[in-house]
Design a protein around this ligand. Structure first.
Ligand code: NAP
Length: 546
């Protein structure tokens, strides 16, 4: 607890991952504001502070998974892996915190419990679990899109005598798997990264799979030094290009339909990109695999054929084949030796789509067909209450005490994913209905941080105290987000993008699928038009922005 008297800040920022760190730098160092960041962890890093599970690594290649705001930082940092591994990303973020003296603006081990807009003062009243009670003109949420883990409500977990962990809250001291019988529940990004590593370390691994997945090999390795040299010579240009693409990667996007080439040519393209690895397969193969079902079928079938080739046991291969949703309708997965892992003698695959886990017993798990699986350790790779869950963990109230939980009870409603009407002076970095999770996150984070800080600078220059999203602009944006989503494969799977992984959550597509380039242009146009779609007022008199 820092102090019992009310302290006032120009801005409170919630979270000290990529987003909160850069927001602090912009508001404090560039705009000269008095800023307090609250962070629930004991260090910086956000996602990368918590996700220490075996094999944790980013699917963005390291040379583009970084801040771009400082040329010296870009030049001096050297990644060792083609893809950045969790310990290295965390070292990078600690380096950034040291280099820009960010820790002095962050209060660690502190969760914001409430943020309530005070209609009388026009300020936010903010409270933390450490007893802080402060006021702030602006509240900026930098809480991450995927930070509230979900553990399925399976009866009996309390009785389990072994240890269990969720991938997103992994013990800092690590987990010992040697000689252990382990269960991993879940085969999303976290599951498919950790399963091959746990299989190597443990005595026996049982994977509990609800939905078979498409996954593309990362083709991970060390950084190609010649490539890195070339990148560093052209870094600014490469990163600027990435900002205007669909997903924030400086990759060549195909303009060819999968349906306009011969079967041989298509097969050759898929093979080449499978060998190249990672998101190149999805972004660089054909222009319509994310939008046209027949085009998509060609990619989906290619991957199914790969699974049949890699997995030796035909019955296991059959269980691993994704058939109920098209490729890229869920978050595309990138793996290292995932399907090969099922050729190991110490690994079994259990289908819990047909026979769900009914109970966790003191010694293991029991499925609906009566099978008992004795294990020492359970790993929940069962995902997150994404996009909105972390907002709802905080008591956020806007004008007239209106609760955010209540406003968003039918799904999130925002203007640009940056603001939500009736919650004045609250900005969200990579909030729902912005490109966020459909992009290389640092690109989207930087775009929001820079746009928000430019906006705050504008407000200060124009002596505007209070800004709010215009409700009609918000309605129009929500409609646009939904119209774009309807043109994609995303609507054809039960994914966390749609909230389908959380019982009772409204089924609404939450990120913006229109691409980071077009989104950036739209945001820039809005700024150039004096921030149209926002209602601005000084302390007394509300005025509509022109
Ligand atoms: P996820 O993608 O939501 O996967 C959760 C897994 O648990 C799915 O296989 C899901 O099955 C299963 N599951 C959930 N509830 C279950 C239940 N009640 N019973 C049985 N199975 C259940 O979660 P995640 O793997 O943690 O990844 C979340 C997101 O974080 C990713 O999509 C990605 O955006 C990000 N992430 C990225 C990286 C990376 O860059 N490499 C790594 C990790 C995470 P269903 O498919 O049937 O729902």
């Amino acid at each position: 607890m820092s102090d019992t008297t009310t302290t006032h800040y120009d801005a409170v920022v919630i979270g000290a991952g990529f987003a909160g760190m850069y927001m602090l730098k912009r508001l404090r160092d560039d705009l000269g504001m008095n800023v307090q960041v609250y962070e629930r962890g004991s260090g910086v890093g956000g996602t990368w502070f918590w996700n220490r599970y075996p094999g944790a690594r980013c699917d963005s290649e390291s040379y583009v998974y970084c801040f771009s705001f400082d040329d010296d930082l870009l030049q001096e940092w050297n990644w060792s892996g083609k893809y950045p591994e969790q310990p290295e990303i965390l070292s990078y973020l600690n380096h950034v915190a040291d280099r820009f003296d960010l820790r002095s603006g962050i209060q660690f081990n502190t969760s914001v419990t409430a943020a309530r807009f005070n209609d009388d003062s026009g300020l936010w009243d903010v409270e933390t679990d450490q007893g802080d009670q402060v006021t702030a003109q602006y509240v900026v949420t930098a809480i991450g899109c995927i930070s509230t883990g979900q553990i399925p409500q399976i009866p009996g977990l309390d009785s389990f005598e072994g240890e269990w962990h969720h991938t997103g809250a992994w013990p800092h001291e690590g987990v010992e798997f040697e000689g252990k019988r382990v269960a991993v529940i879940g085969t999303g990004s976290s599951g498919i990264q950790s399963i091959p590593v746990i299989a190597r370390e443990s005595e026996h691994l049982t994977v509990f799979q609800r939905t078979p997945q498409y996954t593309i090999p990362a083709q991970h390795g060390t950084v190609d030094q010649a490539f890195l040299k070339e990148v560093k010579a052209n870094y600014r240009q490469i990163l600027d290009e990435a900002r205007h693409t669909a997903a924030g990667f400086p990759y060549d996007a195909s303009e060819t339909s999968a349906l306009e080439v011969s079967d041989e040519e298509r097969q050759e393209t898929y093979e080449r990109l499978w060998e190249k690895g990672g998101f190149h397969f999805m972004l660089g193969s054909y222009s319509d695999i994310a939008t046209d079902r027949r085009a998509n079928d060609t990619a989906s079938e290619f991957i199914r054929q790969k699974i049949r080739e890699i997995v030796n046991d035909p019955e296991t291969a059959e269980r691993l084949l994704p058939r109920d949703h098209p490729f890229s309708s869920k978050r595309a997965l990138i793996d290292t030796n995932y399907f090969d892992t099922y050729n190991r003698d110490n690994v079994d695959l259990v289908d819990i789509r047909h026979f769900p886990i009914e109970e966790i017993t003191p010694t293991g798990l029991r499925t609906a067909d009566g099978q008992e699986y004795e294990v020492d350790t359970i790993v929940f790779a069962t995902g997150y209450d994404a996009m909105t869950g972390t907002f709802f963990n905080i008591d956020i109230a806007g004008r007239n005490g209106r609760q955010l939980r209540e406003k968003w009870s039918g799904g999130p409603s925002t203007y640009l994913g940056v603001a939500t009407a009736d919650f004045p002076n609250m900005f969200m970095i990579t909030g729902p209905q912005s490109p966020s999770v459909l992009s290389n996150m640092p690109v989207s984070i930087e775009q929001h941080v820079e746009w928000i800080s430019d906006f705050i600078e504008y407000l200060r220059e124009h002596a505007i105290d209070v800004v709010d999203a215009d409700p009609q602009a918000e309605v129009d944006w929500v409609q646009h987000v939904s119209d774009i989503a309807d043109q994609t494969m995303y609507m054809l799977a039960d994914s966390w993008y749609l909230g389908a992984n959380i019982p009772g959550k409204p089924r609404v597509f939450m990120p913006y699928a229109g691409g980071v380039g077009p989104y950036r242009e739209r945001c820039d146009e809005i700024a150039a038009n004096s921030y149209e779609g926002f209602v601005m007022s000084d302390a007394q008199e509300p005025v509509l922005a022109d």
